[in-house]
Design a protein around this ligand. Sequence first.
Ligand code: AMP
Length: 114
Amino acid sequence: MSDDCLFCKIVAGDIPATVVRDDERTLAFRDVNPQAPVHVLVVPKRHLPDAAAVLADDPTLLSAMFASAVKVTEDEKLGDGYRLVFNTGKGAGQTVFHAHLHLLGGRDLGWPPG
Ligand code: AMP
């Protein structure tokens, strides 16, 4: 755990979140500022700064995040489609430097994204 990390505090239960899935290695919770009717963040419970760091540390943890996201799509009945996004680095809009997979769905998302 990193003391200054928002998502570590959510994982620890020190900051409230609307949790939708909780397994041994990952936590999935609703984004506080949703960009779609369903907007969930899937994070590793271990502090790693971004997706590349997760891959470097343990590729199976990246798989676990993906698997959790897919289960959420089933729970949320997103059979029509969904988007999974890792913003990686400031230039891509990453603001929280604890790896997180955005799951967006529940509306026509369009492509390319705006
Ligand atoms: P990113 O810009 O890719 O780093 O995404 C960070 C996401 O975290 C944004 O979509 C924020 O809305 C979301 N966020 C920030 N604080 C919280 C919080 N306390 N609970 C849930 N989501 C949050």
